[in-house]
Design a protein around this ligand. Sequence first.
Ligand code: HEM
Length: 410
Amino acid sequence: MSHREMPVEKGLDHTLQLLREGYDFMMNRKDKFHSRVFETRLLGEKVYGLVGKEEAELFYDEDKFVRKNAAPGRVQKTLFGKGGVQGLDGREHRHRKKMFMSLMSNDTLQEIRQLVRKEWNHLLAHTEKELHVREASQIVFTRVALRWCGIPFEEKKVSDWVDELNDLFEHVAHIGPKHWKARFFRNKAEKWLEELVEKVRAGKETVDQNRLLYHFSMYKDAHGNFLSPNIAAVEILNLLRPTVAVSVYVDVMFLAMRDYPEEMKKIKSQGKEAGERFIQEVRRYYPFFPFLAARVKETFIWNGYEFEKGKLTLLDLYGTNHDPAIWKNPHLFDPDRFINWKETPFSFIPQGGGDFEIGHRCPGEWLTLELLRETLDIFIHDVPFTFPKQDGDIERNDIPPQPNMIINII
Ligand code: HEM
């Protein structure tokens, strides 16, 4: 196959531009170079950028890319933790991923909806008028996650869990004290869970054997060995942390309800399917997880471009969800675009693409949808509210976005 020159961004390093441009960084380069494949430099390293559907398919080709050593250290030390499923490849990854996927049965999803309703009712019973959507959903989802995973907790400790789990994803992109606080919380939470896993294994903690804490404590890897208590703790946090992170989607969902009131009317009058389209458009339109990282497994040529072994490669999730080649008027909020929409594994990728079982696609995608469905249902049908005057702005470089919506319960 013939060689083509990959467009290369000139300059020593573009990390500052990334911090400034945030979610637009990759799309800006795609537009500047008129190319969905380009090269730039970040944190002193040569990096390939990919935007688009075919490019996503390439990124998920296990023969071409690996996840080992791809996530930057600061992301591992806050968001992911070391030794978790995100950094595994091949057989080891599939084996561990199976564990995650086995947790996402219909029964689980139904239970999640019941827990969400119960916890929202509990919180709303103690709410006078003003409700901070982000904070409230963080509390609700923390309680849901702890119960679902079977983690024993004392009522008085719930607010500590809320703060700590929240810090693990809120401050990934920050530098300085906020980053260090997130690292401190990760170490603390991992240590506490490690001790719990050890007690479960030794039979010193009586836990529900149908719950995730028990499953992960007793899980054996592809070689038939228990996970180290630390890695078991990392994986339990891989369930707790993102469940609480769905509060970000709830926050932007309320922003959409305020900015597109006609959509709320549609959901009220047309029911479930309109609600479903609204949730999908919230996940497509608003930014959350900006891009994914992998490394080139062996040097290869794709569409004439050479990808060099070992080089870091980023797939733009936000840009692919706003790619005009896939989405008509991508910068319009339009839930009706999902009417007769044909789902494909690589065009709509807010939580990653490809196959759940084989690849790294988010195993929590169905669970995320259930958390959002039940929350939307409660606030559309059961809890009347108004929006007081507020900004609700989203900065392009605030990762994750922080509209911090407030509502008044009537
Ligand atoms: C707030 C909503 C969520 C978003 C935006 C999100 C996004 C993502 C993304 C982008 C990935 C990476 C996919 C890849 O590397 O190819 C991922 C992976 C993952 N997510 Fe989620 N996620 C969410 C909710 C959840 C939930 C609720 C859970 C579990 C309860 C979860 C558990 C995981 C795990 C364990 C992985 C690693 C999978 C692997 O490496 O094979 N996520 N998620």
